[in-house]
Design a binder for this molecule. Sequence first.
Ligand SMILES: [Zn+2]
Length: 274
Amino acid sequence: METSLENLLKAFVTSQQRITVLTGAGISAESGIPTFRGPEGYWTIGSEAYRPQEMATQRMFLKAPLAVWNWYLYRRSVCARAEPNPGHRAVAGMERLFGDRFRLVTQNVDNLHLRAGSTPERTFEIHGNIFLMRCAEACSAALTPVPAAFDDWPRDREISSGEAELLRCPRCGGLLRPHVLWFDEVYDEPFYRLTTTLAAARETDLLIVAGTSGTTNLPNKVAWEVSRRYKAVIVDVNTDRNPFAALAVRQGGFAVTGTCGQILPEILALFQAA
Ligand SMILES: [Zn+2]
């Protein structure tokens, strides 16, 4: 790590400034979770094969709700088998160190940050959480855990009629849906913390971007809001060059090449030593 970055991180600790960490698929890939945008995410319904961008839609849920559930139950089991890595644990360590000066914004739905010790109060899961479900009819905003009956769900198992009953809303009898943002939906505050996330970005003095390459809209807005703030610094941690690295460097920040599991613990150690 460059000396100027080390000095900046140390000086941050004794300031009263605020830090936001923004994470994406890269940090969870290091725990063995595929993005599901590639071949792992392809899914067959009847004789048709569908791409993830078709499966993760309200349109598909309306057409084939149990097939969409099946896909998510399988993905949920993949996430449940994975373990948080040193990158996740370093992020949780930063929250413990900085308390209310800290926010985590994650694109990941895999629950690994919370399992690593990040708190729900300061963690904004802007694409939802695959372990939770809610009423598809929106009769209430309540989030409930996906039942344990669906644990260890193999890729090719069908949902029985008895199991399908567990996916019905206890209030209105309509279908429940996975608590995730679909490709044909938009960010909002009640479910995805849109307003809260942008407000946090506007108060951020140090943004650490880890394992995301800026393909979706809200993470880009977060980085943009931070970049407009006077003297705010962006540090990008990634295994390869990406738009966030370019933005960071253009704004006088830093692009650190490496894995989240390697670099984030180094950053935490610098914070702790200051
Ligand atoms: Zn309902």
